[in-house]
Design a protein around this ligand. Sequence first.
Ligand code: SAM
Length: 290
Amino acid sequence: MAKLGNPQETIRILQKHDFHFQKKFGQNFLIDPRVLDKIIEAAGVDSGDFVLEIGPGLGTMTQCLGERARRVLAVEIDKNLIPILRETLADYDNVEILHGDILKQDIQAIADSYNGGEPIKVVANLPYYITTPIIMSLFESRVPLANVTVMVQKEVADRMRALPGSRECGALSLAVQYYAKPYLAANVPPNCFMPRPKVGSAVVRLDCLARPPVQVRDEKLMFRLIRASFNQRRKTLLNGLANSAELDFSKEEIRRALEERNLPPAVRGETLGLEEFAGLADEFWRLRHP
Ligand code: SAM
């Protein structure tokens, strides 16, 4: 089977199988071999690794992973791509294809059975419509992860790396930085994909932290606080948290918690970092566990 990752071979396979792109699955296939090299390089895949690939598409990156890794599992939701993948990956006996939705897989069971529970690497040119749910479900599953190397929209890559107080900083920035250290590996223009996306993309490697950078009694409560703060950016933290459907603290309780953490009632949530949110979450936790 010829190597994919160039426009000619991609078009040949698409035509041979009469494949039609499905917008609802966020299908933008990579057609630039230099970008493929950059992703594999950034992920640091070597012959001892098990790699989980999300959304293999035609199998372009999967071929490269199959050449470098010990074992690869590629999870693809589009049933029309499965016969194509069986053909393009026929020469790789270390690659398995699983037809399904990544959000419905038991990633812990995958890590256990394919890698003896040792930290796995995840590599993906992500479908942009579910970038955040995929990243968050990987982290929140608490599966041992070595790193997660993903192609995302440039704007999402910027948000992942944004510092507290900056314009780009949002709930995703703090969530990613709680679990991992993000690195920008490459900027990728629209002409490296077929069909071309409307926006620029970037490859980001998330190096998963052995321990979170802050200690907090109730992680879920902290993330509810973070989401509530960023959902209501224009409000003060006091009003934003009081109006949030995700929290059930009275205005008086919120005022008290802010005071305990030496935060003025007019402070805006977007200026706070993980340390402050963890401290605040602990105050709220104490209110419910006197
Ligand atoms: N990896 C290929 C490449 O780089 O050429 C394709 C990348 S394309 C941006 C995203 C892929 O993810 C598509 O093949 C799409 O069908 C698949 N996909 C979309 N949603 C998915 C889901 N929930 N679970 C698994 N795969 C999904």
